[in-house]
Design a protein. Structure first.
Length: 689
């Protein structure tokens, strides 16, 4: 009976209207939102968006790799995602002789498309509410460990049944609403994915870190891949005998464009949100965690950029690494500012006060206080853990040491790892970062949390710089040939190396002093949130609740709309090629566009060529590369970012300021034709107008 009541509460919550355009909705339950979508301009049915009985838009959307989204734009397996999602693959194919980052890459025929070992794309076959099945056997009075055991057994049974057919199927059961609901996700995973095209980084990454998370934006953030399958259209490892995949559905492309007020929706895989956490968690994020991580990453970015600006080879080696460090660095800045600007901590505290009053005499009484006590115990340890991750674990030499130690018994795998490491390694950067981050570790981590080994080592050397010089001088891991020559019999040599000594000492400190407390409190916090989440639903039965993002397929819908970030300022929602030319500056790396683009613009007729646009769709990390779809289900854009002022939307959504940034699909077509000279690709696309 309790499970039936819970299901009714969840279903009722999902039926309720939500203010503005907030929300990341489950496709399988989109019938519960379709009336609201249609009221806002959508002309599709729920079956058009998600169906297991017929081809639907879900069949044209993939999880690209393990952290982005992509979409099919032809019936021959042609896929588009963001340039920054394909950046690692582009970078790995690049060299000084073939600098695809700088010059772009375009396969003019199928046999020129480049394979990418390890890259996968995953199609969602179906998603099912399996709450009753997962909790079958959970009895009153069970301990949490007993409950977890039942959930694991039931989940394993469900995933085994769902993948019995084989043929590339994988499945997993995901908890939603902190374990108040469970869904089974069944995927078909393709393993042969080849690079087809990418613009030069001066287009695909135009604006660089300067414009990242900002508006107006003029970034041609796209790359093209093709999915290959065996002759029966099933997933297969790379083979020259494979053929282009024939999808159930691909997107038609609209060339009409968008205007302010147009309905749009995003169909993708948002990564992680925390919309329902307490004020204690928000305060930690905005006032402690984000500021300290920003400061530590600033140190690393400054070192990387100094050396990248001096040497083209180093720029290629560190482009992907630098972009990865910078992305979160800038996002955290906007997030902390947004949390403060919205007075989120105080707003959460006011809500919690109302909740406490309502909860008196119920099973939810004392939950807010309990969570506060748990955070007070966890946060100092978690802060030390974050320092560890942003300092010690960022030193590349230590990363190599750990990888080699774990692979000594498999020489082929070890050597492949070593070759890949040294291809993109520049020791002076690593040495300078070592000194910078370990100085910060010493200066800013509370004395009581510093490892005894660290304090002894620092006392013996007298300074971080001296320690650094000795470690890099003595470690065998700075010599590629020595590392390649290591075998299983050299385990003692590896574990007596100063780099391994440092890596292992800090790992033991984390495992013995930090992890036990973090694990214990995190489990308790998660358990408390299961009750608190249900309590919030019971407290506000008229509010629509959507599950936090977890890198599974979601629908977010809204409208093309500008915003006002400050008094007297209004940003229009569309940028054009004219803005690129206005920013163009050969002396600034982020704004140095290809000469071809200058020539095209100078020839005239392209002033109003659309580049990017804004909308109110609620997105997060993982939505990179997601299709942006118009009212008729046609592709009008590719999501790639959010505005800086709205990056707190993972925690709190502000309808006045939160905007997603998308590449206008017409700029992609412009680049294919005029920059890549690859118009042959148009022959396999379908156009709506």
């Amino acid at each position: 009976m309790k499970r039936k009541l819970l299901a009714l509460t969840l279903a009722t919550a999902l039926f309720q209207p939500l203010h503005a355009d907030e929300g990341m909705w489950l496709p399988a339950l989109i019938s519960q939102r379709i009336a609201d979508m249609q009221d806002k301009g959508c002309r599709l049915s729920a079956e058009d968006i998600y169906s297991v009985n017929q081809a639907s838009l879900k069949d044209a959307v993939v999880l690209f790799g393990s952290g982005c989204t992509g979409e099919l734009i032809s019936d021959e397996g042609l896929l588009v995602t963001n340039h920054h999602c394909g950046y690692g693959q582009i970078q790995r194919h690049s060299s000084v002789e073939h600098d695809y980052l700088k010059d772009g890459f375009w396969a003019m025929r199928r046999n020129e498309e480049l394979p990418n070992p390890g890259l996968t794309v995953s199609f969602l076959e179906r998603m099912d509410d399996v709450t009753a099945a997962v909790l079958n056997g959970v009895l009153p009075g069970m301990s949490e460990a007993q409950r977890d055991s039942v959930v694991k057994v039931r989940s394993a049974e469900l995933t085994h049944q769902a993948t019995a057919e084989g043929k590339g199927l994988t499945a997993r059961v995901e908890p939603l609403f902190y374990g108040n609901q469970y869904f089974l996700y069944v995927y078909r995973v393709f393993r042969d994915v080849r690079l087809v095209g990418a613009p030069p980084s001066s287009i695909g990454k135009f604006g660089g870190d300067t414009d990242n998370w900002m508006w107006p934006r003029h970034t041609g953030d796209f790359s093209l891949f093709r999915i290959y399958a065996d002759k029966d259209n099933n997933p297969a490892d790379y083979s020259e005998d494979n053929v282009p995949y024939r999808p159930k559905r691909s997107f038609r492309i609209s060339r009409k464009g968008v205007q302010e007020g147009d309905f749009t929706f995003v169909y993708g895989c948002p990564g992680s949100t925390r919309e329902y956490v307490t004020s204690d968690e928000v305060r930690y994020i905005g006032e402690v965690s984000d500021p300290q991580k920003i400061a530590l990453r600033t140190l690393r970015l400054n070192v990387q950029k100094k050396y990248m600006s001096q040497d083209q080879a180093v720029r290629i080696q560190y482009s992907s690494k630098n972009a990865s460090v910078a992305n979160a660095w800038k996002k955290w800045q906007g997030e902390a500012r947004g949390i403060a600007k919205m007075n989120t901590v105080a707003e959460k505290q006011a809500y919690e006060q109302r909740f406490r009053q309502w909860a008196r005499g119920t099973r939810y009484e004392g939950l807010v206080e309990k969570l506060g006590d748990l955070y007070a115990r966890r946060n100092p340890y978690y802060l030390a853990y974050e320092y560890y991750m942003e300092t010690v674990r960022t030193i590349e030499l230590l990363q190599l040491t750990a990888a080699v130690q774990s692979k000594l018994s498999d020489k082929k795998a070890k050597d492949a790892q070593v070759e890949a490491f040294f291809k993109d390694y520049y020791q002076p950067i690593d040495e300078e970062i070592f000194a910078a981050v370990m100085e910060a570790f010493d200066q800013h981590l509370p004395e009581s949390f510093k490892p005894a080994w660290f304090k002894e080592k620092l006392a013996a050397y007298g300074s971080v710089a001296t320690w650094r010089d000795d470690l890099f001088a003595r470690s065998l891991f700075t010599d590629k040939e020595k590392v390649l020559n290591l075998t299983e019999e050299d385990l003692d040599r590896v574990e007596n190396d100063p780099a391994w000594e440092m890596y292992n000492a800090f790992l033991q400190w984390y495992a013995e002093e930090l992890r036990p407390v973090i694990s214990e409190t995190t489990r308790a916090i998660t358990l408390a949130y299961r009750d608190y989440m249900q309590g919030q639903m019971d407290f506000e039965p008229g509010k629509a609740f959507y599950p936090d993002a977890n890198l599974t397929l979601r629908v977010a819908y809204g409208h093309v709309r500008g915003y006002a970030p400050a008094d007297g300022v209004y940003y229009r929602p569309v940028s054009t090629l004219k803005g690129i030319i206005e920013k163009d500056n050969p002396d600034i790396f982020d704004y140095n566009i290809p000469q071809t683009l200058r020539d095209i613009y100078a020839a005239g007729g392209h002033d109003s060529q659309p580049v990017c646009f804004l909308a109110t769709n609620h997105t997060s990390g993982g939505n990179s590369g997601s299709p942006v779809i118009n009212a008729d289900g046609d592709l009008v854009g590719i999501n790639f970012d959010r505005v800086w002022e709205g990056t707190m939307s993972d925690i709190v959504y502000d309808p006045e300021i939160c905007r997603n940034i998308s590449l206008d699909i017409r700029y992609l077509l412009f680049n294919i034709e005029h920059i890549g000279h690859a118009s042959y690709l148009f022959d396999e696309m379908k156009f709506a107008d």
